[in-house]
Design a protein. Sequence first.
Length: 1150
Amino acid sequence: MFQRSTCARLSLACALFAATLSAQSFTAAVRGTVTDASGAAIPAARIVLTESERNVPHSAVADDSGRFQLTALPPGLYNVNVEAKGFRKYVQTALTLAVQQQATLDIQLQVGDISTAVEVTSSAALLNTTISNLGQVIENKYILSLPNIGRNAMGLTYMTPGVVGSGGRANSDSNTNFVANGSRNSTSDVLLDGVTVVTVEQNSGITDLKFSPSVDAVQEFKMQTSFFSAEYGQTGGAVVNMVTKSGTNEYHGTGYYFLRHSDLNSNNWFSNRSGRDRPFYRRDQLGGVLGGPVVRNKTFFFASYEYTKSKSPTDQTATWPTLLQRDGNFSQTFNSSGQLMTIHNPFDTFTNAAGNIERRPFAGNIVPKSMMDPIALKALEYFPKPNQPGAPFTETNNWYEQGINLSSGHQTNLKGDHNFSDKSRITGRYSYNRGTGNPANLFGDGNPAFTFNDGPNMGTTHAMVAEFTRAQSPTFLWSARYGLTYSTYFRNPMVPNFDLTSLGFPKYMKDNATLLVFPTIGPEGYQDIGTEGWVVMDRQEGVHHYSASANKFIGGHSIKFGGEYRKNFLDYAQPGYPSGQYSFARGITCKDRFSCPGDEGNGLATMLTGWWTSNQFHIDPKAYTRSAYWGFFIQDDWKLTRKLTVNLGLRYDFDVPRWETTNRQSYWDLDAQSPVQAPGYNTRGVFRFNDDNKRSPFNSDMNNWQPRIGLAYALNNRTSIRTGYGLFYQLSRATVFGHTGAGFNVNSTSNSSLDSNATLYAKLNNPYPDGMLLPPGRSLGDNTFIGLGAGTILGSNSRNPEYHSWNFSIQREVGWQSVFEMNYTGSRGTHLFLPVTTLSPLAPQYWSLGRNTLTSAVTNPFYGQITDPRATNLKNPTIQMYRLLRPMPQFDGTSVGTAEPPRADSNYHALQLKWEKRYSSGLTMLVHYTWSKMIDDASYGSGNYGWLGGNSSLQNIWDLRSERSLSSHDISHRAVITGAYEMPFGKGRRWGANMNRAWQLLAGGWNVSGLATLSAGMPLQVTQSGGNIWDGTQRPNLVGDPSTPGSIQSRTNGWFNPAAFTKPDIDVPGSAPRTLSYRGPGMKMFDAALLKSFLVTERQRFEFRLEAQNAFNHPVFGDPNGSFGSTSFGQITGTKVGNRNVQLGFKYYF
């Protein structure tokens, strides 16, 4: 069980939760006053808002001050009726309410007979005069009008100012991998009908979207990006609030079919340059939606189904050994300057006059056949052979291959709404998604060594919600909601059950393998082969989401309070390298052991000698972890005057840190002294295991109070001023985790050399001469991992990162049903995660001793105390000096892994300009521009999720100030222009209402739309290839201007000026900043759509669609290789956005 203090807090939380009667509202609200012509309040006036399409009423009664409020209103069209004795009836039609909108409706009644009515036609409210947050509502008509060949509503979140794709990605991500106003990427929440559809990515503090409905099933969504109500929590700065469609009193439906085909597309820019044809591609999507009444005015249904199948192209460019190199002949192997790469024999050494060991070169630069390792030769048979000319001199990128990936998917949504009365209603939705994928084996069918991080896969998702809402009185409303998101995912190796012994590896490796796959073999400078790390996956995960809230209207106060509870669960297996991984550094075939100039050494030559330089072998069973989250809030939107509204909120969040159902978790007790002692050495740190008395490795963070404050002021009928501040707490790393604790899993590594690569100790045919390290469980107690390199063992700090957000905004109606908005928004992140995972770094004061001294043998003070034969170093009388200088030397002086406490910072400031034209005269437009700057000292929480895009490495973990630079997420300038226009010809439009059928067929019913994106590139990070620095990633010295002149196309093979960089000495930090002010290629992209409607009857129409992504086929290049000293340094080999892709669509509306 949990510790008593935690139990007590949870008990209190449960009591508070029961006392509150939903959080994360997706509905709208209307507030206002009822007055007479003199401005005097009219008490007891009855206000009824009726849903236009369902005839469902929502009513309120004005108080003594004439004020009224209606909350929990489903987004949509409403008719307004207001009645009071002695006054004429007030009737307003077509009032539009959007998701999360807080509309103001001030009504003036005229004296007269109630049987006569004053009728008003509504127009959509343009100004926001009640709440101070920033964001954007995208409604269904706009969603369906814009080009969106991915047909995923999440791809339109980039229409919101301040939202950019992580790593400079384009507008096509359908996940939470975006940055919003300076937040960290993938930290946002996505709510579907009020409940979350994201799960927490294991052990990372980021979110992962599990379900997004078909665009034809989405009514609208709002992207909130800066300061929002206290009812929203567990987010890194943004919330996407999406609502699905509901049935109405009329039966409505749509059937559709969409086709994408390679014959409609243009070719990839790099394929064109290389003279390659377009790969075959086809995507078919068909489906439909249907909604209507079960019982008119009371019960409604809505259903959708969608089936998608695709044959998608995949291509890879790689560097493989040349035919000469495969034969051991490196006489034609050159660096980028045309210098011969001299290959040295690691088995032929001598001591020079300075006392340093040197290696002699191979005769003729050829590795003799007699010296070639049998396992290396066997593995070499699985390497593809070059099939195209490589780069001059280096022969890099000498292989290119295309293939077809197959995938299919099914999605179903079922939704029902029932109104018991105008006071009570219930709604529910069930959604299901299933997808399968079969990637191409670019090495040839049946080749088990295929790499590139993919494999056959299948996933399913179930998402559901049930909500009950009750208007207890005209001034009090409550609701309760439950949601469940559950998903499964399986990814397999390309060819399972590979026999390791067929390569020559020993049988004990096969017997201890978590899964039998082809091992990863990686000579430096060439593409790896084999099953890449962490490809194989077996995952079941989800979240139970309970929430409840109540609204109380008291005078000018609209008070909302409530809470939520989320329980996350994850059953997970993803062994890193389940059958092993072996790297071969080119430094082994350089003259000196510790430095390798740019004209020496080769990774394949090292591999052929059998001298591996690092290995991994993960033994990792399936884990079953759980975590939970509580949140409570109170929010008061206080209308001080008719012009001024104050938003006051307070939220408290509490994460229940994770536990594993069988207690297979572990952690560091850094205050305990090790049972192994040595005079003069601090051997603090003991490995502990969780049990029923302490189930979680983490301490709880109980300090997550979050104030929210804002002001909204209506300066006049055409201008509003708003400002606000909010504090948010992001996910901690104490959420669910896909692995058991250290001790129950292990990465079994070993050393190929015991003397810093002077001699070879362990050969490939027996890489564990002292035995493999197997998971010991809790059997060794305090002695666990002593003498051995400890794995990633968690510290007990689970502090939640903080995100402070503020804004100042001016809105102004500028005519033509449009509004202009100017915003300043800023944010600061504190206690953010950073990619440092060591408790035992070597302090910089020792670096100046030099590698020769630090790796020299000294007396081992632990000799005789540590006798485990697998303790490669500490069992011996002598040991390398640096191993004793690290903290916790009893763990072999290796880098002792941990989840680093969050301590990074970020700052963001932006000017945002937005012009939005609501629909009128057939035209809708949204234009925005952002000028921003983001600075941080770490842009990502871990290199483990660098797959999200961008760079994450740090050079000097001792000095974060030296890491401070432009963020990897910084985009200084970005503009997005969207628009949809109904051409004014044809029936129901401005001209041609009476045109004959032939003219209607030819000229009527045309619509056009477009989405243009213009943005600067991302700051670039340059690292030192072959660099050496303790516990970090060395950067080169920056000594000049790194930019190069010319067009983007002319610089794809040379984006950097190599003369601007020099290689620093070993263990000396390079002067280049973490990210340069020099940027990668920017983005210029335009998507377009052409739509044609054909009327069949008054209620039926057929629509043809032609959509194009990157319509002008402008290449949007990816970032260049940033590894200085690498043969591909400065080369751009891919694009962020594909070539022009065209989609044909056929829809039938009825």
